[in-house]
Design a protein. Structure first.
Length: 843
DNA sequence: TAAAGAAAGTTTTTT
DNA sequence: ACTTTCTTTA
């Protein structure tokens, strides 16, 4: 341990050895935060003799949890440990607690509850919107989902939400009714959505003193990573868990707070000392990751934020090279540039790892393509994960059904996939009857099989077939379902663990008939966590059940008979799913349930290989990672910063922090690029450089663009700093001929025309050399061709609308009569208007 | 009922 | 541009 401690600097060491009482570690980017947490855990175990199971470390993503586990493991190598410390995400921690104790909540949820991911929850909301008779045009399921989610995260239940929805606000009242139905149906399905996982856990700990006490005694030392991103529920959870011992250590950095949109509450970290009296604060300000230049650039950008305490991040690393800049013609050219630079770097340093950071996942496609073309193996983080693929979700749905057939979302998903003759008509009829009798769909199927009442024999046969498949899977899983109309589940079965494996008969699962009815078995609601984790009663491995879900359902045959490349790829994915299941082969229902939980809670592919030359990811998912070579791409106005943040200064600051996070991922080399035009929704749009580029010290940037670029214009003029709070007054001064991307495109064509000896073609007007720089974000001048009258309505200018009043033009699309403007009106939100009909005047 | 074709919505970031 | 959902047709 002595030797371990000597590898840390003074502040880091302080952070490690101060194990007792509340501790706030303010850790700047690259200051060795993960290292400190790992050492701290090792220190607690080795030096303080704390048993590993008394330690809990919570992170936000699976990726960082995994990283943490590996680090701790490496430090403790050689140590014989009886168990590992709990390192988990907030959500998986909640799942583990709820799987154990949710019945103490007395809300008639059973421990066999199903987790609904965002997609499942969206389906449920869609159904609810439809069944309540609302027009899904007016009440988009997605926006309802986000309204409900943020209500939940504010701690507003249905009643509170409805109370705030007075009769004036019809839309809100409608959402309130959907919210109510949604909650009822979640409950009827014995299902919890992501937000519920937090909510129910907090409620459980609040309302059940004995449960709270149990976990307080269990988790004697708690660490929370990325504390600046915690929301009020997560704060409540942490407070409840540390009520008794107060050994709470949180690590965070206000400059890296990028999840306010998801309810993160920065005051959690700012008021830590108030929440936890007698707390210590330690600052980690030495950066070990980046060159001085990269750090300076990052600092210059984030300095523009006003909502900030500020800190003194320094490094003893060499200055390194300048940041490199490239202005690409379009998104494809940008990707080609990045790929070729990565190859150049790898020629110099064969094993250098590169990352491409973009604002939105939709940008990843071009880069994938370019990497493939350049023969660079790449790894893509986020986007559609493995578990989000249709075929994988289908098989998971079968598995969910085997454990909980009342899960109507899973049932609807697979009842007819692969096609087995249960069509829309049949489903609607069943749905109607289910509602009439107040039964779940599964229960109704049983009813219909006995009393078809007008349903075609063919449909009944198909339903029977489907039911047999589920019966079979349930038996194989070691959780046999009662035959006939008898139904169990949270609503009628005994609440405790009816779905749990039969105790004391290892053969049970294989002998399907003998377990047609569930055995009575002792259920200790207060079983210890260890007991739950090691229930190994049924003999069938998880992978066998997964295989059965692929084969016995006819899924494989259906795919094989398709004989398309796509079907083959799907089959391969399913093989991959079986492989994943092999890892979970600790047998039995608990193993299967854990497997399913994992699939719901892992959004990013965890088999992310760090040795791969190139990693493609969003700036958000890059947080916590570092790469010697980093490309920040798409630095364009409206993209990064994103246009959705244009109207709110606080949101713009969050975008800036995101940019800060992106820059500080780089160790040695940083490239920043933008394209002059880009396709958005299939439409080609000219794009302006990001204001964040302008906030970087220009002398620290090297221009790699062939010919003229935005940067060369920017350099040609004196830098004008306008005060943060009053940008508009200053900006309006620059009304001379300015840079904009149309001119740059003109420049590009001219240049290319010269290179190719081609002087023909209608070159747009060329920009004058002496052009002063326009500060990005300022109103660009009208293009020469639309001079007069309407030419003022360009992005950045203000207009007046008869109904909405004064608004800011954000985007302009199309030409002539079809010109559309996206305008943001304070109090009315963004509107898309056809310029010809909108009767706008400039304001 | 299922497959094929047409229309509409989509993209901010994530557990 | 791409994907999901609605509509038509075999």
């Amino acid at each position: 341990m002595e030797q371990l401690l000597s590898q840390l600097n003074e502040q880091q060491r302080e952070a490690v050895v101060n194990t007792e009482g509340p501790l706030l570690i303010l850790a700047g980017a690259g200051s060795g935060k993960t290292r400190v947490i790992a050492y701290r855990i090792a220190f607690l175990i080795c030096e303080k003799g704390v048993p590993p199971w008394n330690i809990l470390a919570v992170t936000f993503t699976n990726k960082s949890a995994q990283e943490m586990r590996t680090r701790v493991q490496r430090l403790l190598q050689g140590q014989e440990l009886s168990s590992a410390p709990w390192v988990s995400t907030f959500h998986s921690l909640c799942v583990r607690i709820l799987r154990q104790d949710i019945e103490q909540l007395k809300e008639s949820y059973s421990r066999t509850f199903t987790i609904y991911d965002q997609d499942d929850s969206l389906r449920l909301i869609k159904n609810a919107v439809k069944d309540l008779g609302y027009d899904d045009k007016h009440l988009g399921a997605r926006s309802v989902q986000s309204a409900i989610s943020s209500a939940k995260n504010r701690g507003e239940d249905v009643e509170a939400f409805a109370a705030r929805a007075d009769y004036v606000d019809e839309r809100r009242a409608a959402i309130a009714r959907v919210y109510k139905t949604y909650e009822e149906r979640l409950h009827a399905n014995n299902a919890l959505d992501f937000d519920d996982l937090m909510i129910k856990t907090v409620r459980l700990l609040r309302n059940a003193p004995e449960v709270r006490d149990k976990y307080n005694r269990k988790f004697r030392y708690i660490l929370v990573d990325e504390y600046q991103d915690t929301n009020s529920l997560q704060f409540a959870l942490v407070s409840l868990l540390t009520q008794q011992q107060q050994n709470i250590c949180v690590v965070g950095d206000e400059d890296q707070s990028i999840y306010k949109w998801r309810g993160a509450d920065i005051t959690n970290i700012l008021n830590f000392e108030k929440h936890f009296p007698n707390s210590k604060i330690i600052r980690l300000e030495q950066n070990y990751r980046s060159t001085q230049t990269i750090l300076d650039v990052a600092g210059a950008v984030v300095k523009r934020n006003t909502e900030r305490k500020g800190k003194n991040l320094w490094t003893s690393n060499p200055p390194g090279e300048r940041v490199r800049y490239y202005q690409a013609f379009d998104a494809e050219a940008e990707a080609r540039f990045v790929a070729s630079k990565i190859r150049e770097h790898r020629n110099e340093q064969p094993n250098i790892r590169a990352a491409v950071l973009y604002r939105t996942n939709s940008q990843s496609r071009v880069f994938e393509e370019a990497m493939r073309r350049a023969g660079l193996p790449y790894n893509i983080v986020g986007g559609f994960s493995f578990y989000e693929r249709q075929e994988v979700r289908d098989i998971i749905a079968y598995l969910k059904l085997a454990l909980n057939p009342t899960d109507s979302i899973a049932l609807q998903r697979v009842i007819n996939s692969p096609p087995r003759g249960i069509g829309k008509q049949t489903l609607e009829e069943i749905d109607r009857r289910a509602r009439d009798f107040g039964l779940s769909i599964w229960e109704t199927i049983a009813l219909v099989i006995e009393k078809p009442d007008g349903l075609s024999p063919r449909a009944v046969a198909a339903l029977k077939n489907f039911r047999t498949i589920i019966y079979h899977l349930a038996e194989l899983a070691g959780a046999p379902l009662p035959r006939g109309t008898g139904v169990r589940g949270p609503r009628r079965g005994s609440p405790a663990g009816v779905l749990d494996p039969p105790v004391g008969d290892a053969q049970g699962a294989f002998n399907s008939e003998s377990f047609a009815s569930p055995d009575e078995h002792a259920q200790d609601a207060h079983a210890t966590l260890a007991q739950v984790a090691h229930v190994t009663l049924s003999d069938s491995p998880v992978s066998d059940v997964v295989k059965a879900a692929i084969l016995d359902t006819g899924y494989e045959i259906a795919l094989k008979s398709e004989k398309t490349d796509e079907a083959d790829a799907r089959l391969e994915n399913l093989q991959e799913l079986v492989n994943a299941a092999v890892d979970y082969d600790e047998q039995g229902v608990e193993g299967l349930r854990e497997f399913i939980d994992h699939s719901a809670l892992s959004s990013d592919t965890d088999q992310y290989k760090s040795e791969v030359p190139v990693t493609l990811l969003t700036a958000h998912s890059a947080k916590g990672l570092e790469f010697p070579l980093v490309f920040i791409v798409g630095l364009e106005d409206g993209l990064f910063p994103h246009s959705r943040s244009a109207t709110d200064p606080a949101e713009l600051e969050e975008e800036r922090r995101l940019c800060y996070v992106a820059i500080t991922r780089a160790e040695k080399y940083l490239y920043v690029t933008h394209a002059m035009k880009r396709r958005v929704y299939g439409e080609e749009l000219a794009s302006e450089p990001s204001q964040f580029l302008n906030e970087m010290p220009l002398e620290m940037i090297e221009d790699l663009t062939m010919g003229k670029s935005w940067l060369s214009f920017a350099r040609g003029s004196t830098t004008i700093d306008y005060p943060q709070d009053e940008p508009h007054k200053e900006k309006r001064k620059y009304m001379g001929k300015t840079y904009d991307s149309v001119d740059s495109i003109a420049e590009f064509f001219k240049l290319r025309g010269q290179q190719m000896g081609n002087t023909r073609g209608s070159s747009p007007p060329i920009v004058t050399k002496s052009a002063p720089r326009r500060s990005p974000g300022a109103p660009p001048l009208a293009h020469p061709q639309d001079e007069g009258g309407t030419s003022d309505f360009v992005p950045g200018s203000y207009v007046r609308h008869a109904k909405y009043g004064r608004g800011l033009v954000l985007r302009r699309e199309g030409v002539g009569d079809s010109t559309k403007l996206t305008v943001s009106f304070p109090g009315h939100g963004q509107k898309k208007l056809v310029q010809k009909y909108a009767n706008l005047e400039s304001a």
